[in-house]
Design a binder for this molecule. Structure first.
Ligand code: NAI
Ligand code: MG
Length: 355
């Protein structure tokens, strides 16, 4: 039976980059004899303009019934004055909640041909290949909070961090499973010297680790991790962490690769998982056909890997991206003297030619 992929282009460059990724998926399906079907749905500002809501029920229902969701990006100045509850970005929160997207996976892999774009020295970044596994629906972002109260005569606010054992077990298992497909190393990041939630986190991760004797587990404090990412990022394979630390570390790690246009992500769900580049709708370059499609193409590769369990096809797509870049093609965000100029269509074709 054919596997169903819901494609949500969204706003801005969303259509351009999802078109590219679908072209690459079609070619990959041909090569690996996969049966894939595509269903297009609206979300974000585009959906607001058509239906008055950023996430129509019909879109969410289609996602729930799909084998995987490929998402472009949402948002843009056009909807700046829309009331807060109906803003395009609400579509992402609605999908996270509706699909139970409990984990965010962000790979940071720097191809040899791109080490020169990294803010780090080439010898530090060469060979960097990390996946950050971030818990997405718990921790301090979702704990009780108080915007303002009087305490000892002064105004204060607070946010409560809590994690339960099952929440930590679920994300830890995903990190160990991810490491099994890779180099077999998990670094769990916390602040166990100060936080009770981190001590429960560390204990629970150690328990889960017993089920994965082939995977090596290390623990690291978050402040040291932030430093290590800049000093020796090649020491990491899978980084496992909570919602708040993961938010910060994944943005730090994303810049190691040089361009935001290169970076894919997966949000793993209880029902369906969703794949999207980490960048937004880039209104400044939308409609010009010059956006870098690689982050979205690599997101489609993650869909093949995690939702369709087609590891070989996923690797083939990743290697085709590497080859296209190694052969000198560069979109505007990465171009400099001596390289071949590519627009979105040329870059997409270069990847397809390398498949
Ligand atoms: P952005 O990521 O859209 O753009 C930041 C800069 O990076 C811009 O100069 C843009 O041209 C460039 N850029 C981004 N993707 C690129 C690509 N594929 N190729 C070449 N250059 C690229 O972030 P910004 O400007 O802060 O946000 C724009 C809109 O996107 C906002 O409405 C924001 O809320 C939304 N957004 C949506 C996200 C999502 O849908 N998941 C994530 C982040 C932002
Ligand atoms: Mg962030």
């Amino acid at each position: 039976m054919a596997k169903k992929i819901v494609v949500i282009p969204g706003d801005g460059i969303g259509k351009e980059i999802t078109d590219s990724a679908v072209e690459v998926l079609k070619k990959t399906a041909e090569k690996f004899s996969l049966k894939l079907e595509y269903e297009y749905k609206d979300a974000g500002g585009t959906a607001y303009d058509k239906f008055g809501v950023p996430l129509p029920d019909d879109t969410l229902e289609a996602c729930k019934a799909a084998d995987g969701v490929l998402f472009g990006a949402v948002g843009g100045d056009k909807w700046d004055n829309v009331e807060p509850g109906l803003r395009p970005e609400k579509a992402i929160l609605g999908l996270r909640k509706g699909l139970g997207l409990y984990a965010n996976l962000r790979p940071v892999k720097v191809a040899d041909s791109l080490v020169e774009y990294s803010p780090l020295k080439p010898d530090r970044i060469k060979g960097c290949d990390i996946v950050i596994v971030r818990e997405l629906v718990g921790g301090i972002y979702f704990g009780d909070k108080c915007e303002s109260e009087l305490y000892n005569g002064a105004e204060r606010a607070w946010d409560l961090e809590n994690y339960s054992v099952p929440e930590v077990q679920r994300i830890a298992r995903l990190a160990f499973e991810t490491a099994k497909l890779r180099r077999g190393k998990v670094t769990s990041v916390d602040k166990a010297n100060v936080l009770a939630t981190s001590r429960l986190w560390r204990r629970t991760v150690a328990e889960v680790a017993k089920d994965y004797p082939d995977v090596e587990l290390n623990n690291l404090y978050v402040d040291n991790t932030a430093m290590q990412l800049a000093v020796r990022p090649t020491q990491f394979d899978v980084i496992l962490t909570g919602n708040l630390f993961g938010d910060i570390l994944s943005d730090e790690a994303a810049v190691l690769g040089g361009s935001i246009g290169m970076m894919p992500s997966a949000s793993i769900g209880e029902l369906t998982s969703l794949y999207e580049p980490i960048h937004g709708s880039a209104p400044d370059i939308a409609g010009q056909g010059i956006a870098n499609p690689v982050g979205t193409i690599l997101s489609a590769a993650m869909l093949l890997r995690y939702s369709l369990k087609e590891e070989k096809a996923a690797r083939a797509v990743e290697e085709a991206c590497d080859k296209a870049l190694a052969s000198g093609w560069r979109t505007a965000d990465l171009w400099h003297e001596g390289f071949k100029k590519a627009d979105t269509a040329t870059m997409t074709q270069a990847v397809i030619d390398c498949l």
